[in-house]
Design a protein around this ligand. Structure first.
Ligand code: TA6
Length: 294
């Protein structure tokens, strides 16, 4: 997503400004190492472009910037649950209004921190107190960390995902490696399958890989690059592409949108809210993903 031509609403520093896209405010970073955009709606990264490269991040041409819908593309923050195990799907963090906590910069890049805390509105959906921080580190690499703290006086459980939409030159030309020897197939009721650890795409996929290698690689000959994904605090990686029919069913995606995107998600997967990760009062947990060009 190209944010460079927008007139800033607010100038925060040499590298950081706030711009407006329809109803949404976006923290825009323009630095000699990379440019990036992070929407306050959803705490949602919408662009990361190391200097001289194509964007690493895919955004739908039909994403809805009304300040209510979740943005299609980017890195949606799925929390306090991931998937359709409760309502709304993927939790409420991706449709909540985050606030800018701080930003700092040096020769290597820029760090932006956003915050979200429990409110009456969140307690109506999920009756627990929390605070969350999103730490976005933009250098020639991108690191996104979701940090959640239990500020309640009782434990709670959660699941989560950093639902990264990677931009690719053509879905049929890419090759993904490092996903590990098995997966659970969400398109077949979660059935377990063996995998040869190399994925070529020719149809829809929605898979949970529980035993990934430290790095997942996406070879993209069309863009002459290899994307490296390194996750932490996760228990799996999810690979998702809805293919042609799935794209056509989504009102915020072009019918052929699936051709230029591939989701590789850092996920803390759970089959129900109750079986998620337990967090005791006062404790903090971090889930992260790092993207770079190898
Ligand atoms: O992570 C994969 C997935 O959970 C899929 O099942 C698919 O529905 C996708 O996320 C997108 O979900 P969304 O609610 O954003 O349409």
């Amino acid at each position: 997503m190209d944010l460079t031509t927008l007139t800033p609403l607010t100038v925060l520093s040499d590298s950081v400004t706030i711009v407006q896209v329809e109803q949404i405010k976006i923290i825009r970073i323009i630095h000699e190492k990379a440019s990036a955009g992070i929407s306050l709606h959803g705490g949602h990264l919408v662009s990361f472009k190391p200097t001289g490269q194509h964007d690493l991040i895919w955004m739908s041409d039909r994403a809805i910037f009304d300040g209510k819908a979740a943005l299609r593309g980017g890195i949606p923050i799925c929390w306090p649950w991931f998937g359709r195990i409760a309502s709304p799907a993927h939790g409420f963090a991706r449709t909540s209004e985050w606030s800018l906590l701080q930003h700092r910069e040096n020769d290597r890049g820029v760090i932006v921190e956003l915050g979200l805390a429990s409110s009456q509105q969140s307690m109506d959906i999920w009756p627990f107190q929390f605070s969350a921080r999103l730490i976005v580190e933009v250098t020639d690499e991108l690191k996104v960390t979701l940090e959640v703290t239990n500020t309640d006086d009782k434990p709670w459980t959660f699941s989560a995902a950093l639902h990264t939409y990677l931009k690719v030159s053509h879905i049929r030309d890419i090759m993904i490696t490092g996903v590990g020897p098995e997966y659970l197939d969400n398109l077949q009721n979660g059935a377990r399958f063996e995998s040869d650890s190399t994925v070529l795409l020719s149809d829809s996929v929605d898979r949970v890989y529980p035993k990934t290698e430290t790095q997942i690689h996406l070879q993209d000959p069309g863009y002459s690059r290899k994307l490296v994904v390194e996750n932490d605090g996760h228990n799996s990686a999810v690979l998702w592409n809805p293919w042609q029919r799935g794209s056509a069913d989504l009102k915020d995606m072009d019918d052929d949108g699936y051709l230029t995107m591939m989701c590789i998600e850092s996920s803390l997967h759970a089959s129900s809210l109750e079986t998620g990760k337990a967090l005791q009062p006062g404790k903090t947990y971090q889930l992260s993903t790092k993207l770079s060009i190898g």
